[in-house]
Design a binder for this molecule. Structure first.
Ligand code: FES
Ligand SMILES: [Fe+2]
Length: 302
């Protein structure tokens, strides 16, 4: 069986930085679909351009803001937020769409894409800014693992207590709803059980191809994780921001939630390191993964 390696998605929203990286007047170098881009915060708010200067190719992310214009570091030509150059005869720089929310900065490489769809199951939340972590597995492995309920018991010591329901709340989103109960004896299992005697009610939503919302209702505690994936060949930079309801002690609860998400992920990594995916399987337990693969392969403009 051939390992599954679809092309790296470009035409989708990308999580490129934590929200705290943006400051008025700052030019932030970012990576979007394997290409250098920038997010600059001008007087009218943030905008994004492809970093290659259309004049002679210098890296615009090393430039500076001059009012609302971005000045190229090489010859000083100015580019407005929509990409137009202040000198006639120089082609426009390529603008994309930038949006900020849920503790993170999101960029779509195409212009005028509106707002990134954000998780809203639990209403407005307080967010801790997204932080990057390099993990030694390809982006596809992380997505497949997220939709793989078959490994929950052996790897995460979680029992699935309700059959998963999959749907597409929007054409470019795949959502899986299910409930699990921790059955392990590790510290994080015991903390989770202490927070919630009832099963965990989980909504996992894939937005495009490189963003996931993980919304967990533990009864007394509610958390949302925003996960962004930046493919780097056989590795992935994984961004995690965590949101909790803004009530007393929220920052402590956000830290606890972040620890729970990271502990959960750490159980996967040693096992996934050498996995080369061939996700086609006829086992009924693997149906959710099959649905994910079908979704990714049917995406337009991938
Ligand atoms: S290369 Fe950017 S202004 Fe010349
Ligand atoms: Fe996992």
């Amino acid at each position: 069986v051939q390992p599954w390696s679809p092309p790296t998605p470009v035409d989708t929203w990308h999580l490129v930085a934590g929200a705290d990286a943006l400051r008025p007047g700052r030019v932030l170098p970012v990576e979007v679909g394997g290409e250098r881009s920038l997010v600059a915060v001008g007087p009218a708010g943030p905008f994004t351009l492809r970093a290659r200067c259309p004049h002679q190719g210098a890296d615009l992310s090393g430039g500076r803001l001059d009012g609302e214009r971005l000045r190229c570091p090489l010859h000083g030509l100015g580019f407005s937020p929509d990409g137009r150059c202040d000198r006639a005869g120089v082609p426009a720089a390529a603008p994309g769409t930038v949006d900020v929310g849920a503790g993170a900065v999101f960029v779509h490489p195409a212009p005028a894409r509106g707002r990134v769809p954000l998780p809203e199951r639990f209403g407005p939340l307080a967010w801790s800014a997204a932080r990057p972590e390099r993990v030694p597995v390809p982006w596809t492995t992380i997505l497949v693992n997220a939709f793989d309920l078959h490994h929950l018991r052996p790897v995460h010591r979680r029992e699935v207590v309700s059959p998963p329901v999959l749907d597409q709340p929007a054409p470019d989103q795949l959502r899986m709803r299910y409930a699990t109960r921790p059955i392990g004896r590790g510290l994080s299992d015991r903390v989770t059980r202490a927070l919630s005697p009832a099963p965990l009610d989980i909504h996992l939503t894939l937005v495009g191809a490189l963003l996931m919302w993980v919304e967990v209702d533990l009864g007394r505690a509610r958390t949302t994780a925003v996960v962004g994936l930046t493919p780097r060949g056989e590795e992935t930079v994984l961004w995690l921001a965590v949101g909790v309801p803004r009530t007393l002690g929220w920052s402590l609860r956000a830290r606890l939630a972040r620890w729970l998400y990271r502990t959960f992920l750490r159980r996967d990594l040693p096992i996934l390191r050498d996995v080369r995916l061939s996700p086609r399987s006829d086992l009924p337990e693997d149906a959710t993964v099959q649905r994910l693969v079908d979704f990714l392969e049917a995406r337009p403009g991938r």
